[in-house]
Design a protein around this ligand. Structure first.
Ligand code: IMP
Length: 182
């Protein structure tokens, strides 16, 4: 038996990855294309929680949203919760100009789920580093993020969806969601 859940986002790439990942758990995601209210805050989970409230108000159905952040150690965690704005303004080339010898970073994913009564949060991160130049043809920060134990960027890897920050947070969500349904 499969279960249906909405996924609210304006980012089709993110939805496509989430949908592939959750199909492994027999959860069928439906795209709820929406520009959600996104507060500025230091905490990705607070941003996700506010976003899912707005998403539920718009959809009136059980729904998940995801908020991500790229945290670069030598920049004290920048761009972190501001990753979306920084991508739109300075992009990958701007990030590459800011990073020097210490290139370690992590990518964080927070999934927030709401059924209108409760909000549940599932967070995961993957360690890695920033590449020396953009490599591969991918969306967002994919061409400059190399997950740990790999030599290729997210954009070059063929198995991103089996190891990514998104895979980890969605797996946590799936195991909670499926157990709760039984
Ligand atoms: P948001 O929280 O979804 O807005 O994501 C923050 C920023 O990180 C946006 O610019 C996204 O495009 C980017 N981003 C989120 N997830 C990924 C990913 O898996 N690969 C590359 N970039 C991502």
């Amino acid at each position: 038996m499969s279960s249906n859940v909405l996924f609210a986002s304006s980012n089709k790439n993110k939805f496509d990855e989430a949908s592939k990942i959750l199909s492994n758990f027999k959860i069928n995601l439906e795209f709820f294309k929406s520009d959600l209210i996104e507060i500025q805050d230091d905490s990705i989970s607070d941003i996700a929680s506010q976003k899912v409230k707005d998403a539920f108000n718009k959809s009136q159905k059980p729904i998940i949203v995801e908020d991500d952040g790229l945290f670069i150690d030598s920049l004290n965690g920048f761009p972190g919760p501001y990753s979306s704005f920084i991508f739109k303004t300075i992009g990958n080339n701007g990030i590459l100009e800011l990073v020097s010898s210490d290139r370690t970073a992590k990518f964080v994913s927070v999934i927030a789920y709401s059924d209108g009564k409760n909000i549940e949060i599932f967070e995961s991160s993957i360690n890695g580093k920033i590449s020396d130049k953009p490599r591969g043809d991918g969306w967002g920060y994919d061409p400059i993020f190399i997950p740990e134990n790999q030599n290729q960027t997210y954009a070059e890897l063929t198995n991103k969806n089996q190891i990514s920050h998104r895979y980890e947070s969605l797996s946590k969500f799936a195991s909670w969601f499926l157990n709760r349904q039984e």
